[in-house]
Design a protein around this ligand. Structure first.
Ligand SMILES: [Zn+2]
Length: 361
């Protein structure tokens, strides 16, 4: 805790203490603008990469189309065909053929269930195809800037207490590039299933009034949902990180860091245990960093900076990150270009911290 205080410049900057929020918002906007320019420049490269990836998928299809024998080769065929299946599902949706898209989404999701992790506390239940609820117009999709891949609705537990697949809906983004990503999406939702199963069991044993009222009291506003409830789900995706594509890894890291920071700001009422402790998540992030290659390490650093600038609203949150994730912040800073470095420095400055103190620690 204490050591970081050395680098604070609060005393020198006492005149500029006003309104940290607009400043934070401006930094986030600058970062987005910078990113948009960068994307425009790299769009050409990305198109080339996408074409190459498509060729790889086609090549895999051709190879796996060769006559196979026995169960082992049919399993191999199935898994190497997953990207093609997901690609067909996305193409059907893009062309407006929603009934075909729904069929293909369900098949791709059900195949990925085999690689999902079922947490202790719920029965391992493989869904039928019709159990899998695919929603192409998910509720809240327009209300949130980042549409979720999937969601588990606790209100639906009472309609189907015995079949938790009916509580989960999958959105168009539940299929991206790799099967590992969809496996992680399912594993995340199964964490919510376990969380809500416990609440339901509790309600059945001791609950009074309606399930909705019981739920509202348990959640106590959105802070718990956006904090530890979501953090526990997102953290499980770290186990799948290495098999994901770069953009998928970025999406996972963005979510883990965002909800980590939101959890720091959540004050649990008396008697409520956090679904997951930040210290547990930090250990997993350290382990992920240690076993990552240099490309992934760099992006871990970059995503932490972005999440901090977008989400860390208090000096104490920044101090926490600087103390626990100095290695990531330094990595992210070192790989940033000049524009980004300036934005990062301004963010530290707004939090009363300095780059020197970060390096020295
Ligand atoms: Zn979630």
């Amino acid at each position: 805790m204490g050591g970081f205080a050395r680098g604070r410049r609060r005393a020198q900057r006492s005149g500029s203490a006003a309104s940290p929020k607009p400043r934070q918002a401006t930094l986030a906007a600058r970062l987005q603008f910078h990113e948009a320019l960068h994307l425009q420049r790299t769009a050409g490269n990305q198109a080339t990469r996408a074409a190459l990836a498509q060729q790889t998928v086609l090549a895999q299809q051709v190879r796996s189309g060769a006559p196979g024998t026995g169960a082992a080769s049919s399993t191999a065929r199935q898994s190497s065909n997953w990207p093609a299946l997901a690609g067909s599902a996305q193409a059907a949706l893009a062309s407006g053929d929603t009934s075909r898209a729904r069929r293909l989404y369900r098949r791709a999701i059900r195949q990925a269930v085999a690689g999902a992790r079922f947490p202790d506390g719920i029965p391992r239940r493989v869904p039928s195809l019709s159990d899998i609820w695919v929603s192409f117009n998910p509720p809240g999709a327009t209300a949130h800037s980042d549409v979720e891949d999937a969601a588990t609705d606790a209100h639906l537990v009472k309609d189907n207490p015995e079949n938790y697949w009916r509580w989960i809906y999958f959105t168009p983004k539940s299929l991206r590039q790799t099967r590992a990503y969809t496996e992680a999406v399912i594993t995340h939702e199964l964490i919510h299933v376990r969380q809500y199963t416990r609440w339901w069991q509790d309600y059945e044993a001791n609950g009074q009034g309606t399930w909705e009222a019981y739920l509202n009291a348990l959640k106590g506003g959105s802070a718990r949902s956006k904090g530890p409830i979501e953090l526990e789900g997102h953290t499980t995706a770290l186990d799948y990180l290495k098999r994901m594509g770069a953009a998928e890894q970025d999406a996972v890291l963005r979510s883990v860091f965002k909800h980590y920071i939101l959890t720091l700001g959540y004050v649990a009422p008396a008697g409520v245990d956090l679904e997951i402790e930040p210290a547990t998540v930090r250990r997993q992030l350290v382990a992920a960093y240690r076993s990552a290659g240099s490309g992934l390490r760099r992006r871990m650093g970059t995503k932490l900076w972005e999440a901090a600038i977008a989400t860390a609203k208090t000096t104490s949150a920044w101090e926490h990150l600087a103390d626990r994730f100095r290695f990531l912040l330094v990595t992210g800073y070192n790989v940033a270009n000049r524009t980004r470095r300036q934005i990062y420095q301004d963010a530290l400055d707004a939090a009363g911290l300095s780059l020197d103190s970060l390096r020295r620690r």
